[in-house]
Ligand binder design. Structure first.
Ligand code: 15L
Length: 267
């Protein structure tokens, strides 16, 4: 990897990867829809709205690998999700293919499978069960990655990111937290592992309360260094009891509960 593009570089994960990947690859191209901090040595800064294909073509020119964090990072109206996470996503993959990109590391999400119950342990092979329009767009990204891997030979790692941050922030996030250094490790596996064709992993630290079987990540060499458990007592003592039974039962929490109208819950 000579030149690695990070989309959504102005967001929380993007700003963190900008630091942790600094100097790892000769050139980091950092792109966002809004203006971001100016380029330093070994960096190129770009401003692109990914719903504009011509602009995306310029954004990906000369790039070997893409870490795609861009788009909408939570639930939103269908029109907004459509522009950012369906049309924009397609533009990035298709322009990347035409530009000869070899690898795409995709920030997919726990919300692609957020309707699974919390008492189930799920691995990378389960069927998607999105908990929101946002989750559907992340499932779409995994399907698009599969197409571009099978049909065009682009290596794809879909990281179903849990909750990224320096600390776990609530009960649900104790199960899905990922620290900056652990996520960096996964991104690097996605860009550098020689055998990646199409893989799905969970972007979570080694949390004792995890509801994921992340054996696929471990098979690819992931060795997480962090666990949310030392912070569990403090997090739990600060949290009022959850009132919504759907949010409490489902891995996606309030993403699953919002707008919920089903009379009989699926298992
Ligand atoms: C996500 O996918 C979002 O991008 C992030 O903002 C959080 O909401 C996270 O999931 C979560 O589930 O905590």
């Amino acid at each position: 990897m000579h030149r690695v593009l990070i989309t959504g570089a102005g967001g929380g994960i993007g700003r963190s990867l900008r630091e942790t990947l600094r100097g790892v690859y000769p050139v980091l191209r950092l792109s966002d829809r809004v203006a971001i901090a100016p380029a330093r040595d070994g960096e190129e800064v770009d401003q692109t709205d990914i719903s504009d294909m011509a602009a995306v073509e310029r954004m990906v020119a000369g790039v070997d690998g893409i870490v795609h964090l861009g788009g909408i990072s939570g639930e939103n109206s269908w029109e907004t999700i459509l522009q950012g996470n369906i049309i924009g996503l397609y533009n990035v993959f298709e322009a990347g293919r035409r530009a000869g990109v070899q690898r795409i590391v995709m920030a997919t999400s726990n919300h692609a499978v957020g309707f699974y119950r919390r008492d189930r342990t799920i691995d990378h092979t389960v069927m998607v069960r999105p908990d929101s329009r946002y989750g559907v767009s992340k499932a779409f990204s995994e399907a698009l990655g599969s197409l571009y891997s099978d049909k065009h030979g682009i290596g794809f790692l879909g990281i179903r990111i849990g909750n990224f941050g320096t600390h776990p922030i609530d009960k649900r996030r104790l199960s899905i937290w990922v620290s900056p250094r652990d996520l960096t490790q996964l991104v690097r596996i996605g860009l550098e592992h020689p055998d990646i064709r199409y893989e799905i992993v969970y972007g979570v630290s080694d949390n004792r309360r995890s509801w994921y079987d992340n054996s696929n990540a471990y098979r690819l060499g992931y060795k997480p260094e962090d666990d949310s458990e030392p912070e569990a007592a403090q997090v739990l003592s600060a949290e009022p009891p959850g009132a919504d039974p759907i949010a409490e039962a489902r891995q996606g929490g309030t993403f699953a509960a919002d707008d919920y109208t089903a009379k009989t819950p699926r298992d």
